[in-house]
Design a protein around this ligand. Structure first.
Ligand code: PLP
Ligand code: COI
Length: 330
């Protein structure tokens, strides 16, 4: 199977903001856009995006998972980046229209259609280093995908990093700059200790990795950082916590320090996992900190992680009742 996110449908849907209004969304070729080299996004990083998925059910129907949450998060990211405001109803309709057009290309489970709404500042003005772009482009790309982590559900190795992933007031924004600033630590962690991901823990505060949220599971308790502006408010995180509550687990959204994490993760039966649209719920087997390796529980993932991942997939794949009304039929 091709690497995650490298195959695209031939078309996407696009609207432009200019003269204070949005153009009627249009289906256009997905292989190129035309941008002035002085476009705001290319210099001052006025870009944000989303990641959500559409799933094929046994009855042939196509369903999008928690579209409202992702549309709301892109609206919030756009606001925090001072990009033009858009109507959530317009973006939802754009997503539905393009997914419907490519419904035949939605893979069967465990594959899905990854949906990438993107909003960029297009005004050609290199003088606007401290002013927003008054023109923008909003488009929705589609990419049929399988597993994000090449190893499937193989437990991951995480290197704990003492620095932040990005500026502390911008972590909740799903913006390109945050990913760029995390790249060097991730590349170094791969080369130095063959880590799969970096777990960013500024000042000993366990935050998130470069592409997913982090969860610790200890017996009946699931522990993860409480929402604040420093990290991305994952839709999968919220879904997994809801499913954990449904199962009678205690959900602790609070500060988790590196010291507590390393102590609790070492207990027999402890589990840790990464949650994300691409990552789904992937077990973490090893934590690496200050040159030492710490095995999480058995080092092989565990029953609770598997059960929560299955419960999430069962809803996404239409195998169980969607009792939280998370799916939108296309
Ligand atoms: N944190 C980061 C930095 C991410 O890139 C992602 C992926 O989207 C997540 C967390 C998880 O968010 P979600 O579950 O909404 O996909
Ligand atoms: C997602 O999970 O949607 C992301 O944006 C992560 C990315 C690495 C694919």
């Amino acid at each position: 199977m091709a690497a995650f996110g490298t195959v695209f449908t031939p078309e996407m849907i696009l609207s432009r903001f200019d003269n204070n209004s949005w153009t009627e969304p249009k289906i256009v070729a997905a292989d190129s856009i035309s941008l002035h080299p002085g476009a705001h996004v290319l210099h001052y990083s006025s870009t944000c995006f989303e990641g959500l998925k559409a799933f094929r059910h046994d009855d042939g129907g196509i369903y999008i998972f928690r579209m409202d949450k992702n549309v709301a998060r892109l609206a919030q990211s756009s606001e925090l980046l001072s990009l033009p405001k858009f109507d959530g109803g317009m973006l939802s309709q754009m997503i539905l229209d393009i997914v419907k057009r490519y419904a035949a290309d939605v893979p069967n489970p465990p594959g899905s259609m990854y949906i990438r709404p993107t909003h960029i500042g297009t005004e050609a003005s290199i003088g606007k280093a401290a002013a927003p772009s008054l023109q923008s482009m909003l488009y929705v790309l589609l990419s049929p995908v399988g597993d994000y982590f090449a190893g499937g559900a193989k437990p991951l190795r995480l290197l704990l990093e003492d620095n932040a992933r990005c500026a502390s007031h911008m972590g909740m924004v799903k913006s390109g700059g945050n990913y760029a600033s995390a790249l060097q630590p991730i590349m170094k962690a791969r080369a130095a200790v063959q880590a799969d991901q970096v777990l960013f823990c500024p000042n000993g505060d366990v935050q998130e990795t470069g592409a997913a949220n982090f969860l610790l599971i200890d017996g009946n308790e699931i522990i993860t950082k409480a929402l604040d502006s420093s990290f991305l408010h994952g839709v999968t995180r919220d879904s997994i916590l809801t499913l954990a509550r449904d199962r009678g687990m205690t959900v602790s959204e609070r500060e988790l320090t590196v010291d507590e994490l390393l102590e609790r993760a070492a207990k027999p039966g402890a589990e840790a996992a990464l949650s994300g649209t691409a990552a789904v719920l992937t077990p973490v087997g090893t934590l690496i900190h200050n040159g030492k390796e710490y095995q999480v529980g058995s080092g092989q993932g565990g029953d609770t992680t598997n059960a929560l991942r299955q419960a999430l997939n069962a809803i996404q794949w239409g195998k169980t009742e969607d009792k939280h009304a998370w799916l939108t039929k296309v």
